[in-house]
Unconditional design. Structure first.
Length: 250
C-alpha cells in the first residue's frame, strides 16, 4: 500500500528539479551537465516540454531552497564523453509544495509564482508614495512645534526612480568592472529590458552579492518591491570599502 501511495504521489510530481544554482525568469542560464542522474533528467525533459526547475541547495545540509525558477531548454550540445552543455532561459518562479525521488534526481509538485497585475502595482505604488509624503510632513510639523520628530524619513521612490538608480549603478559596473563582468553585461544577458519586472531580474543577475541574498527576490510578487531591495543592496555596496577602492567581486 505504501508503494502504491508513493507511485501515485510521483504522478503529481511532474517537474524534474536540478539542484544547482540560482536562476531568474527571462534571463539565460548556461549549464554543464556531467552527473549521470542529471544526464538522464535532461534527456527526459527534452522528450516532454523541455522544461525543468532549478533551485539552490538549502543552507542546511541535505535540504532544498523552497523557491526556484522553471527553465526551458533552448539547446543542448552533447559532448563525446556524454557530458552536455545546456542553454536555457527562465520562464517563471515557483514554490516547492512536495518533492520525491525518481531514478536519483528530485521531482516536485510546485505552485507557480506570478507578479501582481500592473494596475494593482501602480495603485500600491501611489499609495506608498502618498503615505511617505504624509509621514514626512507630520515629522516636519512635530519639529516645527519643538517636538522630537524621530528618525529622518525618505520619500518612497517610484518604479521609474528605482530603475534610474539601478541604471546608474550598471554604468558604474560597465566602466569599472572586471572584463568578464562587462562581457556578461554586454553579451551574455542580452539587451537590457524596459519592463520593470524583467529589468528587476536582469539587475539581480548582475549585482555582485551572495546568491542566497539574491534568492530573497524569488517570492516577491511586486516588481517595485524587488527594485527597492535591489537599490538597498546597491546602497550597501556603495558604502563598502572594497567597492569605493574600485574592486568589483562576485
Amino acid at each position: 500500500m505504501d508503494t502504491l501511495r508513493k507511485e501515485e504521489e510521483l504522478l503529481h510530481m511532474d517537474l524534474p528539479i536540478f539542484i544547482c544554482a540560482l536562476a531568474f525568469p527571462f534571463t539565460p542560464t548556461f549549464l554543464h551537465i556531467f552527473e549521470p542522474r542529471y544526464r538522464l533528467m535532461m534527456r527526459r525533459a527534452q522528450e516532454k516540454e523541455g522544461r525543468f526547475g532549478m533551485v539552490l541547495p538549502s543552507q542546511a545540509p541535505g535540504g532544498l531552497y523552497l523557491y526556484g525558477t522553471v527553465l526551458e531548454i533552448k539547446s543542448i550540445e552533447v559532448l563525446a564523453d556524454g557530458r552536455s552543455m545546456v542553454e536555457t532561459v527562465g520562464l517563471h518562479r515557483f514554490k516547492l509544495l512536495k518533492t520525491g525521488s525518481l531514478d536519483g534526481y528530485v521531482v516536485a509538485q510546485i505552485e507557480p509564482i506570478h507578479d501582481i497585475p500592473e494596475n494593482e502595482e501602480r495603485e500600491l505604488e501611489q499609495a506608498a508614495i502618498l503615505r511617505s509624503k504624509e509621514a514626512i510632513a507630520e515629522r516636519a510639523a512635530k519639529i516645527a512645534r519643538g517636538e522630537d520628530g524621530g528618525e529622518e524619513l525618505k520619500e518612497e521612490q517610484s518604479i521609474e526612480q528605482l530603475m534610474g538608480r539601478c541604471h546608474e549603478f550598471l554604468e558604474v559596473l560597465r566602466t569599472g568592472a572586471a572584463p568578464w563582468l562587462r562581457q556578461k553585461l554586454n553579451d551574455t544577458l542580452g539587451p537590457m529590458p524596459d519592463s520593470p519586472a524583467e529589468f528587476s531580474y536582469y539587475m539581480a543577475a548582475v549585482i555582485p552579492i551572495y546568491e542566497y541574498e539574491k534568492a530573497k527576490l524569488l517570492p516577491i510578487t511586486s516588481a517595485r518591491l524587488r527594485l527597492k531591495l535591489l537599490v538597498f543592496w546597491i546602497d550597501q555596496l556603495r558604502g563598502s570599502w572594497w567597492f569605493n577602492r574600485g574592486c568589483i567581486v562576485s
